[in-house]
Design a protein around this ligand. Structure first.
Ligand code: ATP
Length: 202
């Protein structure tokens, strides 16, 4: 059975925390392929700071992590709000023989029961959870067991923990701070080229 990692996010911009999560997921899952899925309008966020085309271009920074990786514009092209369950249903219809793995940060697991169709979602994919804070191991394993008890399939992926968010990066860039250690070079170049996250855009 083909093992596919589906990595969704706003990626506004992508940062080393995303890289740490994806790397941990790849090492744990050993997938056959990786699909990067930048969101259209994220259901839980107020708005974007970079447009979809540029967020998608910035995702090229993930390509060196794995050979068989594709950046998909499915959610962006669909427009409107993106719900992971809709994307997973479409992918399962398109690839009926595949097993899907969804890397998520521990913040997302904490609010997972608020996701649309979360039961169906966690029964049709395996969640691959990576800590965002490094101090939530106990809370994470408790949450993972309670979701497993509801029929969910979850793996906790060990790996480097980076306390970092796109919000923090946007703020730093707005203040003109150096973020070159926090954002992969390919993404930073595109952000620089298009003047993203500068004072006027935020
Ligand atoms: P924002 O600050 O704009 O809310 P974000 O940094 O949370 O953005 P997203 O693009 O929303 O980034 O995240 C996509 C996925 O990556 C989510 O599952 C999120 O939990 C995970 N993630 C983000 N940052 C980290 C991190 N530092 N470590 C592990 N996972 C992360």
């Amino acid at each position: 059975m083909e093992r596919v990692i589906l990595f969704g996010g706003t990626f506004d911009p992508p940062h080393m925390g995303h890289v740490a999560l994806l790397r941990a997921a790849i090492e744990t899952v050993r997938p056959d392929s990786v699909l990067i899925m930048p969101t259209g309008t994220p259901p839980h966020k107020g708005g974007h700071h970079a447009d979809a085309r540029l967020r998608m271009a910035m995702c090229r920074c993930f390509l060196p992590l794995f050979d068989r990786m594709v950046i998909s514009n499915d959610e962006i092209a669909r427009g409107g709000k993106s719900y992971t369950i809709d994307t997973v249903r479409r992918l399962r219809a398109r690839m009926p023989g595949a097993q899907f793995f969804l890397p998520i940060g521990s913040d997302m697991l904490a609010t997972f029961r608020q996701w649309r169709g979360y039961r169906e979602l966690m029964q049709s994919v395996t969640l691959v959870v990576h800590s965002r804070v490094g101090t939530d191991a106990l809370a994470l394993s408790e949450l993972a067991s309670s979701l497993s008890a509801e029929g969910g399939s979850l793996i906790i992926a060990p790996g480097e923990v980076l306390v970092l968010s796109s919000t923090e990066i946007r703020e730093k860039m707005r203040r003109g701070e150096d973020v070159s250690a926090l954002v992969p070079g390919t993404a930073l170049e595109i952000a620089g080229q298009y003047g993203l996250y500068r004072e006027a855009e935020t």
